[in-house]
Design a protein around this ligand. Structure first.
Ligand SMILES: Cc1ncc(COP(=O)(O)O)c(C=O)c1O
Length: 405
């Protein structure tokens, strides 16, 4: 079946922020939100604002229905087997922390091995460091090769040591590298490891099928996929989630509470204590609808087209180093450095031209150390990115080079 081409001009009309004239090249950080998403949230606030799961009146019923409808949308979007496997969190960070606490504290023991990668985001490193310190467990990191791709020989060698947990991102936020996740999960499962995939940078940009992937946990954030901040997802295989104790405790995650003891709610609500981010979850549902209307194959194809264009344009600039693999094996993310110009200076000059560019360590300091740099500049793309925004970035880079010459 032919893949549709995105009508980017039409898409941009759904995003009022582009009327300001900015070239937004920081979608890996957080995406923009279309009117459909903010509209769904506004409708909740203006027409049926109320708490969910606990009121008997009509607007509370409406809020509950819309809140729970997102769960089915997300289930279908990532092809999970059941809505019981879809847990709402505030984002990827909270989802990974949930696993580190509720699964990790029960299952990781002294001397156990946890395998991570050098291209992981801090949110998939620090929770495991805290757990490892508490349990006297060990962490090993899979290194990268010169192209910024994971070293498979080293991954295989670490799997031979029988890790209890393997956790890695499907797409690196700092390099854009698309990891061979299906192979990696299958290999880790063969040695009996539990596997967590950080899907923060993959879910917004390519079709995802968690059952085909075969991982135990998969985490992502709504705000990187056109949704609002404050709503994210932990997917967990049902048997694994069933065997876990709650993460947070309080209202809504219980069945009965007596002064002596408490019984917990069924999945997925066992992991959703307290009043939830209702408007944000509803907004996330609208974002999933929006992406489904575009088609995730078309989203990936558009980003590949922009990435190839940007990769070539940036590679042509003298004194510019691009990090990471060629466009076909990377998502819409390009990290680079400029000889003699600090990424923050470049970002400041770009900002004068209304070009929004990220500069820094991208919450991947171990990777920066591995690359021998303190920071990089990073341009990242999404469904609304146009080639003329890349051209504006290249002009800003040339302007920076004139200023710092
Ligand atoms: C690969 C990756 N993992 C995790 C996160 C953390 O996501 P959040 O801050 O939404 O929890 C990010 C955010 O940049 C990311 O890129």
């Amino acid at each position: 079946m032919a893949i549709r081409t995105l009508d980017v001009a039409a898409i941009r009309k759904d995003f009022p922020i582009f009327e300001t004239g900015i070239a937004y090249l920081d979608s890996a950080n957080t995406s923009q939100r279309p009117r459909q998403v903010t509209g769904a949230m506004l409708e909740y606030f203006e027409k049926f604002n109320s708490n969910i799961h606990r009121a008997a009146y009509r607007i509370a019923e409406e809020a509950t229905v819309r809140y729970e409808a997102t769960r089915e949308k997300v289930r279908a979007f990532i092809n999970a087997a059941s809505t019981k496997e879809i847990v709402y969190t505030r984002g990827t960070t909270e989802a990974i922390n949930l696993v580190a606490y509720a699964w990790g504290r029960k299952n990781i023991k002294q001397g156990d091995l946890i395998v991570l990668t050098i291209i992981d985001h801090h949110s998939n490193i620090v929770p495991w460091q805290i757990l490892a310190a508490e349990k006297d467990a060990r962490i090993e990191y899979v290194d990268i090769d010169d192209r910024g791709e994971l070293r498979r020989d080293q991954f295989a060698e670490l799997l031979n040591r029988g890790p209890k947990l393997v956790a890695f991102n499907l797409v690196s936020n700092a390099l854009g590298t698309i990891n061979p996740a299906h192979e990696m999960v299958a290999a880790a499962k063969r040695v009996g490891a539990t596997v967590l995939v950080d899907g923060a940078q993959s879910t917004p940009h390519q079709p995802i099928d968690v059952r085909a992937l075969g991982c135990d946990f998969y985490a992502f954030s709504g705000h990187k996929m056109l949704g609002p901040t404050g709503a994210g997802i932990l997917y967990g295989r049902r048997e694994v989630l069933e065997a876990m104790d709650p993460f947070m405790a309080g209202g809504d995650m219980i069945k009965t509470v007596r002064v002596e003891e408490t019984t917990y709610h069924d999945l997925p609500w066992k992991f959703e204590a307290g009043t939830q981010a209702i408007a944000e979850v509803i907004g996330l549902g609208a974002a999933v609808d929006y992406l489904n209307d575009l088609g995730m194959d078309a989203v990936r194809a558009h980003e590949l087209d922009i990435t190839e264009y940007a990769y070539e344009a940036l590679s042509d600039v003298d004194g510019l180093t691009v990090y990471g693999p060629p466009p076909s094996r990377r998502a819409g993310v390009i990290s680079f450095s400029l000889d003699g110009i600090h990424p923050h200076d470049l970002a400041t000059i770009a900002d004068r031209d209304q070009v929004c560019l990220r500069a820094g360590h991208h919450c991947a300091m171990p990777l920066m150390t591995r690359l021998g740099v303190a920071a990089t500049a990073r341009a990242s793309f999404y469904v609304y990115t146009q080639k003329d925004e890349v051209d504006r970035l290249v002009s800003s880079i040339k302007e920076a080079q004139r200023i710092f010459a």
